[in-house]
Ligand binder design. Structure first.
Ligand SMILES: NC(=O)c1ccc[n+]([C@@H]2O[C@H](COP(=O)([O-])OP(=O)(O)OC[C@H]3O[C@@H](n4cnc5c(N)ncnc54)[C@H](OP(=O)(O)O)[C@@H]3O)[C@@H](O)[C@H]2O)c1
Length: 236
């Protein structure tokens, strides 16, 4: 039985991760961090009585304090909130750079810092940071996103060493292309072209990433820390 917080809980991956935890055990309590949109998260809460929403803008340190006041001690944190805003570096706006670094990297830092003291006191914790294969591939047009997600991977590995003796594991998952709203703006022809570059010849499903997150979160995964798990259909 765990108290689980998933940021970006109204998005495709957040919802699939939540569902996987809720289906794995009726005893888990799952908090979906939401900000502007919450309708899909609330629909999931209507199905599972132990699923709840909590207001959480991940880039705001005070929002973390407020939301943890509501959720109580967190056993499992999934730093999943994030977004991309692609452009060539030469034409990238200040806002596109800083907002992408903020939601993906700074949000992950704030989340880790917000929960770590409680986890240390209880000598148990699981933190899973959702990065991306963009961290490892560094695609053109994504300098902001690739830098942010590479930062998430480095944060994960460094932080894992700091808390390893306290019974806390910190791992990253690097999804490839996964069918969620985040990819909704890719035109059909480009989708087909991208799929041809994936050894499995298809995009992933959110539940195929969720299973990796749940695995890293389980109590038995107690000797896995600082790992970076790709879930990408074999791209890398
Ligand atoms: N889908 C993919 O192919 C893919 C691949 C690799 C990595 N990822 C990563 O997986 C994670 C989830 O993505 P997704 O595919 O589920 O995308 P999504 O459907 O667009 O969901 C993203 C979620 O993050 C939330 N969010 C963004 N910035 C936030 C902030 N500053 N504070 C709080 N919440 C924030 C969004 O909230 P609002 O709805 O309020 O905007 C939304 O709920 C992201 O970190 C993404 O970078 C996705």
């Amino acid at each position: 039985m765990s108290n689980i917080l998933i940021t970006g809980g109204n998005g495709g991956l957040g919802l699939a991760i939540a569902r996987a935890f809720l289906e794995a055990s009726p005893e888990h309590t799952v908090w979906l961090g939401v900000r502007s949109r919450r309708e899909a998260a609330e629909a999931l809460c209507a199905v599972f009585p132990r699923c709840r929403t909590v207001e959480l803008e991940v880039t705001d340190p005070e929002a973390w304090t407020r939301s943890l006041g509501e959720t109580g001690d967190i056993d499992v944190l999934v730093n999943n909130a994030g977004h991309h805003d692609d452009a060539l570096l030469a034409t990238m706006t200040d806002a596109a750079w800083s907002q992408v670094i903020d939601s993906n990297l700074n949000g992950t830092f704030l989340g880790c810092r917000a929960v770590v003291r409680g986890m240390m006191a209880r000598r148990f914790g699981r933190i899973i940071n959702v990065a991306s294969i963009s961290a490892l591939l560094a695609p053109l047009g994504q300098t902001n996103y690739a830098a942010a997600k590479a930062g998430v991977v480095a944060l994960t590995r460094s932080f894992a060493k700091e808390v390893a003796r306290a019974g806390i594991t910190v791992n990253a998952v690097c999804p490839g292309y996964v069918e969620t709203e985040a990819l909704a703006d890719i035109p059909d022809e480009r989708r087909k072209e991208l799929a041809r570059g994936i050894p499995m010849r298809r995009f992933g499903r959110p539940e195929e990433v969720a299973v990796a997150v749940c695995f890293l979160a389980c109590r038995e995964a107690s000797y896995i820390t600082g790992s970076v798990l790709k879930v990408d259909g074999g791209i890398l």
